[in-house]
Ligand binder design. Structure first.
Ligand SMILES: [Zn+2]
Length: 65
């Protein structure tokens, strides 16, 4: 399955980025943002999103690896 960023059309290869979209935007979303556009959309920095991923990982969320 190919996932493209809804904002900039870049292909998203990182499963954790997809998972983060699902976590932050809801599991019924059909469109995903790449990390840069997600940061832009949520008005946070990319580093904050990467921290979020680590946070979810450490919580043992199965969406992340
Ligand atoms: Zn993008």
């Amino acid at each position: 399955m190919k996932n493209k960023c809804i904002a900039c059309s870049v292909e998203i290869f990182d499963k954790n980025t997809i998972s983060l979209n699902i976590k932050l935007l809801g599991k019924n979303i059909e469109n995903y943002y790449c990390l840069d556009c997600l940061a832009n959309y949520l008005n946070v920095t990319k580093d904050e999103l990467l921290e979020k991923i680590e946070e979810f990982k450490s919580e043992g969320c199965k969406l992340f690896n």
